[in-house]
Write a protein that binds this ligand. Structure first.
Ligand SMILES: [Fe+2]
Length: 286
């Protein structure tokens, strides 16, 4: 039976710091650290007065501001945006971004995944990239009311007019909030024919504590923990002694999920409407 020893926990705040031109770089997920094949993750501190420039090259990059500043700037596609908490950019191959810290430093999550094969894209064009922030992303709530998520990159999330949020299956990534008592179902993710190694799957906690269950074993995690799940290892995440905010990643976005717990309330997700009397629209994950 799988146990908690089958997954990897990385304290992202204690990961080895490397001085780079923009400030501090900490590698928090890689083949060497946790066996991830298609995902490298960095936690970056951009020092006050410095800039981080990222050229996507042949890869997909997601940059997400964990801790922002009102005078920080994200320059992308000829426009400049405030580098506030919850803002960021998706870069597709060939695109670039500059994130500038002015009076105070910025804390940034930086994810890199290689361009996936055509079978993973499954007909999607693979781009373009875009700028996002928390205020413009669509919120989804589960039917239990215990969890709210905002995807930054997810091909199956649609705007009200039917357009996809993002046009690539290179990565699925977004913010998740659990209210006190919130939990995922006990579940596992399996590979697909298009992605035979399975997706690189991890959580990074920002605020609050969580409890991860695998089989009969569990571990409580502090803010700033990256939890990496090898494909096929069952898992459940619970908010622990209060609310929990974290970030959730799958790269590439080609996997099948088996729900193992009997939790009918937690399985369906609905778009959060502008007002309470709007009809509920279920998120169709295809
Ligand atoms: Fe999962």
């Amino acid at each position: 039976m799988a146990t908690i020893n089958d997954i990897t926990f990385i304290d992202t705040l204690a990961a080895a710091p490397v001085s780079v031109a923009s400030g501090i770089e900490r590698t928090i997920c890689s083949a060497g650290l946790c066996g991830s094949k298609n995902l490298i993750a960095y936690r970056r501190t951009i020092s006050a007065g410095r800039s981080l420039s990222v050229q996507a090259g042949d890869d997909y990059h997601l940059l997400y501001v964990i801790e922002g500043a009102a005078d920080g700037q994200i320059r992308f596609g000829g426009s400049s945006h405030t580098a506030e908490e919850g803002a960021g950019v998706l870069l597709v191959p060939g695109e670039s971004v500059s994130i500038d810290a002015q009076g105070s430093s910025l804390d940034v999550l930086h994810l890199v995944t290689p361009k996936p094969p055509a079978a993973v894209e499954n007909g999607l064009p693979g781009g373009p990239g875009y700028f996002f922030n928390r205020g413009t992303l669509r919120a989804l709530a589960d039917s239990s009311g215990g969890r709210v998520r905002r995807f930054c990159v997810e091909s199956s999330v649609r705007y009200p007019d039917g357009r996809r949020l993002t046009q690539t299956n290179a990565i699925q990534a977004g913010e998740m909030h659990y209210n006190a008592g919130g939990a995922s179902p006990y579940h596992l993710h399996k590979p697909t024919e298009a992605n035979p190694d399975g997706a690189a799957h991890c959580y990074i906690t920002f605020k609050g504590r969580g409890k991860v269950d695998v089989g009969e074993t569990s571990q409580v995690i502090e803010p700033g923990t990256l939890v990496y799940f090898p494909s096929g290892i069952p898992h459940q995440l619970n908010a622990w002694e209060g609310a929990l905010d974290y970030f959730e990643i799958q790269a590439w976005r080609s996997f099948k999920t088996d729900i193992l717990s009997n939790d009918p309330l937690g399985l369906k997700w609905f778009y959060v409407g502008e007002s309470a009397d709007e009809p509920k629209v279920e998120w169709n994950q295809s």
